[in-house]
Design a protein around this ligand. Structure first.
Ligand code: UFG
Length: 346
């Protein structure tokens, strides 16, 4: 069975392609390489022993998207990752986000419909929940959607609505939106991992780059939040557990196990960890003393959010298996391999 993975050379995409191929799926990747490298395709081949097909073009181009689907008539499902994802940048350049994230989705659904491709898995985010009210922690899928704090977050909400409305209007397409919590870590081979462009926004790559000496010091954004140690709490999830959730979602669709034509699942571990918990785990698994300081709060940060994954566990038959130490250990292994030139990436 062949799956189109858009954004398949990116962080979550590349790990998911590995997991799909190791589970017997064929994969064709489409990626415009805005924020990733084609070397990911070589790395995937090295891990899996089989090469995914790969085409590089911009999915906001309707003609190119349509030509692609005309040439690939054997696609049976689409996992759509390709999107811009930097929260801060989206505030400064909203149209870049709306244009890319929304138009590519519309083009893909249009072509799926035209070519009778039924199955769509969409890459959504727990950002749609904003800061949940206390009665919704851990947060279930039916918790209210809060007004998005950034254009990036808004594109995820809009995308979920576009999928829901289209599926309501035509019963040819089925969709699953996976709302990811905080993906971190890397494939155990350290051949693929997270490769942020420039200065990382996210905690884990900032930690590993600081430990490696690329950044002088990690700033912990605020320790005066109403949490046990004062730092914000997130549901960090190992990237390979997240990758497996996509295989489970595709199987649920193709095995005819969906209960509605559009389903939404939280993809988290169900456990929240603070920024200091992550730092402590990192120091333990790496043996490196991390240089960090407490800094002012970062604007727009959620105080605490973690998933209620019980619906995913039950319905998808999927459960996160790796713990925080596995996450920090694999992230560090990847950072070192990359910096020592042991990977295929530039
Ligand atoms: N943090 C620091 N210092 C840093 C970077 C992060 O203290 O240098 C803290 C943040 O303040 C936050 C925690 O680490 O408390 C996690 O921050 P990340 O930026 O790694 O993750 P976020 O939860 O803020 O953002 C992530 C994704 C977004 C998504 C959001 C949904 O990056 O794409 O989850 O909640 F929208």
């Amino acid at each position: 069975m062949k799956i189109l993975v858009t954004g398949g050379t990116g962080y979550i995409g590349s790990h998911t392609v590995v997991e799909l191929m190791q589970n017997g799926f064929d994969v064709v990747i489409v990626d415009a390489l805005f924020n990733s490298q084609a070397k990911a395709v070589d790395a995937i081949e090295k891990i899996v022993g089989r090469r995914p097909e790969f085409e590089s073009f911009d999915l906001t181009c309707r003609k190119k998207t349509s030509d692609f689907f005309d040439r690939h008539t054997d696609i049976q499902g689409v996992i759509h990752f390709a999107a811009h994802k930097a929260v801060g940048e989206s505030v400064k350049e909203p149209l870049k986000y709306y244009r890319n994230n929304v138009i590519s989705l519309i083009n893909i659904i249009d072509e799926m419909s035209r070519h009778n491709v039924q199955n769509l898995v969409f890459s959504s985010s727990c950002t749609v929940y904003g800061q949940p009210d206390p009665e919704f922690l851990p947060i279930p899928e039916h918790a209210p959607i809060k007004k998005a704090e950034s254009p990036y977050g808004n594109t995820k909400q809009i995308a979920e609505s576009i999928i829901a409305d289209t599926i309501k209007a035509e019963d040819k397409i089925r969709g699953i939106a996976l709302r990811y919590f905080n993906p971190v870590g890397a494939h155990e081979s350290a051949m693929i991992g997270e490769l942020p462009n420039g200065v990382p926004n996210n905690l884990m790559p900032y930690i590993t780059q600081t430990a490696y000496g690329i950044r002088p010091i990690l700033k912990v954004f605020g320790n005066d939040y109403p949490t046990p140690d004062g730092t914000p709490i997130r549901d960090y999830i190992h990237i390979m557990d997240l990758a497996k959730a996509h295989v489970a979602a595709i199987r649920r669709m193709t095995d005819g196990r969906m209960k509605k034509n559009f389903e939404i699942f939280n993809i988290g571990t169900g456990t929240g960890y603070s920024v200091l918990d992550v730092i402590n785990s990192f120091e333990k698994t790496s043996g490196v003393k991390l240089n960090y300081e407490i800094a002012p709060r970062r604007e727009g940060d959620t105080i605490k959010v973690w998933a209620d994954p019980s619906f995913s566990n039950r319905e998808l038959g999927w459960k996160a298996e790796r713990n925080l130490d596995d996450m920090t250990r694999s992230a560090w292994k990847w950072e070192q391999a990359y910096r020592k030139g042991e990977t295929l990436f530039e």
